[in-house]
Design a protein around this ligand. Sequence first.
Ligand SMILES: Nc1ncnc2c1ncn2[C@@H]1O[C@H](COP(=O)(O)OP(=O)(O)OP(=O)(O)O)[C@@H](O)[C@H]1O
Ligand SMILES: [Mg+2]
Length: 288
Amino acid sequence: MEIVFEDVDYIYQPNTPLEHVALQGLSFTIPSEFFTAIVGRTGSGKSTLLQQLNGLLQPTSGTVTVGDTRLPGAKSKPLKELRRRVGLVFQYPEHQLFEETVKQELLFGPKNFGLDLGQVEAKLPQVLQDVGLDESFLERSPFTLSGGQMKRVALASVLILDSEVLVLDEPTAGLDPVGKKQLLQLFRYLNEEKGKTVVLVTHNMEDAMANADQLVVLNDGCIDSVTSPKHLIEKRDQLEAIGLAAPESIKFVDYMQQTLGVNWNEDEATVDTVSQALIKRIKAGANK
Ligand SMILES: Nc1ncnc2c1ncn2[C@@H]1O[C@H](COP(=O)(O)OP(=O)(O)OP(=O)(O)O)[C@@H](O)[C@H]1O
Ligand SMILES: [Mg+2]
């Protein structure tokens, strides 16, 4: 599902002493079936932007068009339909979880949207497995779980809806490295094999570069740039100027160029491409 932002402003608590302009003049497109990463330093407006995608927050001015639904202005029925089609996993799972057991939590959305509960229950084991939990969690209270387990339950409660668009607000923050890698693989799989449009907020530039088709860089509520991972190398100084660190692999390439005089003419510098290029060069050197 294509998502188009046109000159979007969002103001929290307008016309009050607490008024805060969180988004300003945003215009960009999230193409259907793309994996888009949203990056920007703390407070730059990432979570505010994500909540415009399913109408939880609606533009103060400008429009967000999600598939055939235009915001603001959608009536309650298309808005409810939009919330089923665009699954949003909140940054803080405690904002999303409220039922007594994990099972009730996972069935809440499907019940609310009138899905066939028999079919949904049959999917529970797979969805739990996808997020790295087992069926013993079903009868537990979400509030007795660790932070990472709660995050996984919140994710499962969205995955069970099988939404066309998956919107993920720092879903791997605070998880152990193995769990984080598995979830990123799951998001890639859902995007590449299941055709889901994925929108991921992350502070990890390496993850953004390795997984996304496009990056939307936010700075102080404005778009700094919309770019592809391939162009991050050229943008590293610009990123650092707005408080974002360039990915470590790009720093490594810079270091090799400066200290060893290695000429890097590949257009990307993910961990994988850098490792492969190094192996190729070492082998070529060894064969001389
Ligand atoms: N309910 C609110 N009322 C007033 N201002 C708010 C509210 N929620 C967020 N803000 C402000 O809007 C700005 C954007 O917040 P947002 O949560 O979108 O940032 P973020 O990029 O997601 O940050 P983080 O990386 O810390 O999650 C911040 O300056 C924040 O203080
Ligand atoms: Mg946030």
